[in-house]
Design a protein around this ligand. Structure first.
Ligand code: PMP
Length: 414
């Protein structure tokens, strides 16, 4: 008989890796249900950054002394770690940026300004985070391209059947899609969208800010052309992320930010650009942050991305089940097996900010607002939702505390 070993994850044990959980808030242990906004940091990441500062710190790439070479080696080996994490073909395709937002802006400006014009079509999805929506809307407007929105069905899934009609007889040049929605948790069919886009000669810009922390992200399997991630959502530091792009596209693009390090030579009249990825890395690199990013990759890979994904499915199913017991709560989005560990909901008659405030006094941290998804909020017919989001350190007891807190919020406000 075949034995299948399911990956397992012990969230109670993993919590000990995170110093934040030693602290109390309003006298209560922290139930941190806001990891989709930013994740907490394990000691391994904090220590990797401290060690770098204490033993290997100097500016990179610009010196021949031993310490600067050590710093350069640390930065480049972090790039190699991120390359492996994304399964990119080469470290030349991995550009360190400040965050996913900057990575997408890089593509919108450096690729979009030179490749879009009247008659072209840019498609973004209705559940896109503003980071992969607003830059495309803006660059489309600047270049005269048409900006169109791929709608959702009532279950919170993308309507791929609407693609052909949406494209009409326009030249589709860009399809911008999030791999996982930060508001609904929906896991989007990026591979199918990429196949459709490539048939039409378009490039696919994938926002993996919300996917990379929670499931395997393989740029070659996804079939996208650009993909952006932020380290801070996957246990890494703020201030660093990565943009992956196909080398042949990155090579043909103009730079985005200009200045030191990104040049080959600077003449009085004109300058030429450095090789990839340095052409896109103007100024001093986020060195310690990149080291922390690599430590975060090692940490989540050590826990196991399959195990993290399974753990989040279990938590999402548990949370949806517990919330379904409350007739005065409405939840949004697809079933648990089609989503990451994110649950958006509404409490009848109580504004999400009031819900979040009552929960805060219970030591439960959730997010209330539009989640940088105003087009999606319009589709749902709300201005804001409450959102609980889970990660590898989330335990079911925290979801129970959420439910207890919701009863209190309703009592106080409804
Ligand atoms: N895309 C998604 C799906 C996100 O959840 C976020 C963060 N909320 C972003 C993009 C932007 O990430 P950052 O602010 O790190 O650039």
């Amino acid at each position: 008989m075949a034995v299948t070993t399911m990956p397992s994850l012990d969230a109670h044990r993993l919590r000990a890796d995170f110093p934040i959980f030693e602290q109390r808030f309003h006298g209560k242990p922290l139930a941190f249900l806001d990891s989709a906004a930013s994740a907490q940091k394990p000691r391994a990441v904090l220590e990797a950054m401290t060690t770098f500062y204490e033993t290997s710190y100097a500016n990179v790439h610009r010196s021949v002394y031993q310490l600067a070479e050590m710093a350069t080696e640390a930065l480049e080996s972090s790039r190699e770690t991120v390359r492996g994490f994304l399964n990119a073909a080469s470290p030349r395709e991995v550009v360190f940026v400040r965050n996913a937002t900057e990575g997408i802006n890089l593509v919108a400006y450096a690729w979009g300004l030179s490749n879009l014009g009247p008659g072209d079509v840019v498609i973004a999805t209705e559940l896109e985070h503003h980071s992969n929506f607003v830059p495309w809307q803006y660059i489309a407007r600047r270049t005269g391209a048409s900006f169109r929105i791929l709608p959702l069905d009532d279950g919170g899934e993308l309507r791929l059947d609407a693609l052909d009609g949406l494209a009409g007889d326009g030249r589709v040049k860009v399809v911008a899609v999030g791999v996982v929605s930060n508001a609904l948790g929906t896991v989007n069919p990026v591979e199918q969208l990429a196949a459709w886009a490539h048939d039409r000669g378009a490039v696919v810009v994938a926002d993996a800010a919300q996917a990379a922390p929670h499931r395997r992200v393989d740029v070659q399997a996804l079939g996208c052309d650009f993909l952006a991630v932020s380290a801070h959502k996957m246990c890494g530091p703020s201030g660093v992320g990565a943009l992956w792009g196909r080398a042949e596209l990155l090579e043909r693009m103009e730079p985005f930010l200009l200045g030191g390090h990104m040049i080959r030579s600077v003449g009085d009249e004109a300058s030429s650009w450095a090789e990839l990825p340095h052409k896109f890395e103007a100024g001093t690199a986020p060195m310690a942050e990149a080291v922390g990013f690599a430590a975060a990759v090692d940490y989540v890979q050590g826990v196991g991305l399959d195990a993290i994904e399974r753990h989040e499915h279990e938590l999402a199913a548990y949370a949806l089940g517990r919330l379904a017991e409350l007739p005065w709560v409405t939840t949004y989005g697809p079933p648990a097996d089609r989503r990451a560990g994110i649950v958006s909901f509404d409490v009848d008659g109580v504004h999400p900010h009031d819900v979040a405030q009552v929960l805060d006094f219970e030591g439960v941290a959730i997010r209330a607002g539009h989640h940088c998804c105003q087009p999606l909020m319009r589709r749902l017919g709300v201005t804001a939702t409450s959102r609980a989001s889970f990660y590898l350190y989330t335990v079911p007891e925290e979801i129970d505390r959420l439910v207890t807190g919701l009863h209190k919020a309703r009592k106080v406000f409804a």
